[in-house]
Design a protein around this ligand. Structure first.
Ligand code: GLU
Length: 487
């Protein structure tokens, strides 16, 4: 059994190559908190030239689903956080977990407990009535084999230390100390012989060579119990050093309340599919959620790997801020390669504009990206703003655009058509010169021409710059669209 106050057992993993893991329970999709835990594990491993592994904790058979497993892998891969090796599935390792329990049982670190549910319930009630904290003081803890009742099922409980205290030197939280008298003799094998979650985590971490356990701080209490198992096994066979723990604070909403859908905190799949975010934006956002490097807001993957240290993770809860995420996304959209963006926008555009043919339209869509992406915060906005390029003539007119097409403005457009027909090069510079000349001749501002022209070319009152619109649509299409509004 671990001595009362030691913090790190003999075989500390301090000098071993770093191995981290992300161990989601597949009971729902990959949410923002899980993705951030994965990211910090990935970064810590990369920063230290170590390994980052995945483990699917699917021992809760009733709540684990294949769809959730799929969604978790899908989300991780999208963020570039797939594991360095094949993932481990926890349930498939039940026999190994049970084997460790039996080793501890034989070595006297665990015991057969024959207390029945009824006995436990009665004791719990009594403690409550007497207003004292309930602790499982099982008389079976020190029973000898000759005292074991025949034909009665039992659970296997750890002999948790009762004296002294245990301190965990947590890399994020600092030193956390618990009085050992608060640790109960928790169960490692149920009466049907199946291992508990507490046992499975420890055995898997050991067998996977995990040196650093980086996870949500809702697991701090588990860490003290898990250490009881680790230290028992280290005494029995050696080679079970205390893992280095780093418990990262939860994420709260901008209002400080526990994070929920209401705050825009969704599954990673929703960020990708419904919100049209880029993975590098989500990556950058998650990174800054509880960790920072000076005032840097935009941090690339490579910089993150270079700078990341788990010791710099904030102790306090971080706040999820959807606006910040969207701002970052706008930045990364502007940075993104145009052909890649066009590929991401195409399926969204096809939904909005049935006239869009991805094969024929990809070239134009790609060429349009530089002027469209400066005004877009997400892929949906990009798709919406590119609809006009592929809309079928005669263009449907938005109400405000139709209002701009008065008799007066039609007369202006008639002049524009005549001048543009004579236009040879169809360059932005040439078009600009031509329209400016018309404005001068008519003694009006360029805006007076641009407004109805924009309406006729796009069916909208907002669009990229009018010369960009003309250049992208080309001469024939531009003239045809204007003529449609003159007829
Ligand atoms: N499966 C646990 C969870 O999803 C994580 C356990 C661990 O990281 O040790 O919360």
């Amino acid at each position: 059994m671990a001595s009362a106050t030691d913090t790190v057992s003999a075989g500390s993993p301090g000098n071993a190559p770093v191995v981290t893991r992300f161990a989601p329970s597949p009971t729902g999709f990959l949410h923002i908190g899980g993705a951030r835990t994965a990211l910090f594990n990935w970064l810590y491993a990369r920063h230290n030239g170590g390994k980052y592994l995945l483990r699917i904790e699917d021992t809760d058979r009733a709540r684990s689903t294949d769809a959730a497993i799929e969604a978790i892998f899908d989300g991780l891969n999208w963020l570039g956080l797939g594991g360095d090796e094949e993932p481990v599935f926890q349930f498939a390792r039940s026999e190994r977990h049970a084997q460790v329990a039996h080793q501890m049982l034989e070595a006297g670190h665990a015991y057969r407990c024959y207390l029945t549910q009824e006995e436990l319930a009665a004791r719990r009630e009594k403690a409550q009535a007497e207003r004292r904290p309930f602790r499982i003081d099982s008389e079976w803890r020190d029973a000898t084999p000759d005292q074991w009742p025949a034909d009665q099922s039992y659970v296997v409980r750890m002999k948790a230390p009762r004296e002294g205290e245990t301190t965990i030197p947590d890399r994020v939280q600092g030193f956390i100390t618990v009085q050992n008298s608060e640790l109960d003799d928790f169960i490692v094998l149920r009466s049907d012989g199946t291992p508990t979650y507490m046992l499975a985590v420890v055995v898997d971490d050991h067998d996977m060579g995990v040196t650093h356990v980086i996870r949500g701080d809702d697991h701090i209490n588990n860490a003290f119990r898990q250490l009881v198992i680790v230290r028992a096994m280290n005494e029995i066979e050696g080679g079970w050093p205390d893992p280095i723990y780093a418990h990262i604070p939860l994420i709260h909403g901008a209002d400080g309340a526990k994070l929920s859908k209401r705050h825009g905190a969704l599954g990673v799949d929703a960020y990708r599919d419904e919100m049209g975010l880029l993975p590098e934006a989500v990556f950058n956002y998650l990174l800054r959620l509880g960790w920072g490097h000076g005032d840097e807001e935009i941090i690339s993957r490579d910089q993150a790997v270079e700078w990341f240290d788990i010791a710099n993770v904030n102790k306090g809860a971080s706040r999820f801020d959807l606006k910040k995420l969207l701002n970052l996304n706008g930045h990364y959209i502007r940075e993104a390669d145009d052909a890649r963006l066009a590929g991401l926008v195409a399926p969204r555009l096809a939904v909005l504009e049935p006239g869009f043919d991805a094969k024929a339209g990809m070239d134009l869509l790609t060429r349009a990206m530089p002027v469209l992406k400066v005004r877009a915060a997400d892929l949906n906005e990009l798709a919406t703003s590119s609809v006009f390029l592929f809309a079928q003539r005669p263009l449907p007119m938005a109400e405000k655009a139709a209002a701009l097409l008065t008799d007066d403005s039609r007369a202006i457009l008639a002049k524009v058509v005549a001048a543009l027909e004579a236009e040879n090069g169809w360059t932005i510079e040439g078009l600009e010169a031509t329209l400016k000349q018309i404005a001068e001749e008519l003694g009006i501002g360029l805006g007076k021409i641009a407004q109805p022209l924009r309406a006729s070319l796009t069916g909208q009152t907002t669009s990229p710059g009018i010369f960009d619109v003309l250049a992208l649509l080309g001469k024939d299409e531009s003239l045809a669209r204007i003529r449609d509004q003159l007829a």
